[in-house]
Ligand binder design. Sequence first.
Ligand code: DGY
Length: 322
Amino acid sequence: MKPRVLLTHPLLPEAMDYLASQVDLELATKEIILPREALLARINDKQGLLCFLTDVIDREVMDRAPELKIISNCAVGVNNIDLKYAWSRGLLVTNTPDVLTEATADLTLALILATTRRLIEADRFCREGRFRGWKIDLFLGQELGGKTLGLIGFGRIGRAVARRARAFNLRVIYHDPNRQEAHLEQELGVEFRPLDDLVSEADIISIHASLTPESRHLISRERLRLMKKTAVLINVSRGPIVDEKALVEALKAGQIWGAGLDVYENEPAIEPELLELDNVVLLPHIGSATHETRRKMCFMAINNLLRGLRGERPNNLVEPNS
Ligand code: DGY
């Protein structure tokens, strides 16, 4: 008998066909949001769960599924899962690291450029038929060469951003709870800074940390006050790392120059005032959204799931202290 698996939302078609050929599959919904009652109702007899960052997998969900063995998250971030409870129940939890590093780093650079060079405002200007000719002060932005990029979080994605930053002649400083060894810092051309020093020194701050209780509102009202007036804040990791209301205030008051956001504190809701501001670029959480990467994420999540269901050790196990 094939193992019973709940898939919360569709995967890419090719991946979903493959999964359906391997397990007894139930798709919870074709909609973007899976109502909680539907998740609770459908998980009950399942041995495997393949879910996404939009699904909150907490104690109540896990308790509904006495036969559950594995939770395979099709995302690198696992803040949507109560990890401690899953581990206490002996459940395997897996994620999809590595395969999305380059796509997310590319998008970070795209957001940095879109924000510093005001690309979205300028595009809107053209579409509105307002372009009447070249002008000396039309859409003046900020140059990257010689500026300081401050990376908060220096894991795989932070390091991939640092590599790209060198091509733009940016100086890179970073903060991470785990400081790199000196030879690696040298190799990557980066310097460590305590967090508050980084925040006040950087011209562009880019967040690449995981969301944990410690990192929630790491960019607080107080830290926004430490930033330069000309600074730009980029967030492609998780929204709650930034106090979004305080960010709106800082942007409105001209306390910082601009922001580029791919993620939001109460996703998919976006602070209404952000929508009114010109000095912010807003994207709908598309950091890893390339054909290549999303395909790899789907198959990685499936392989993790199948290995766990077969009683093998999945390749991308999320473990305490991993
Ligand atoms: C992740 O994987 O955590 C990203 O946010 C979505 O690709």
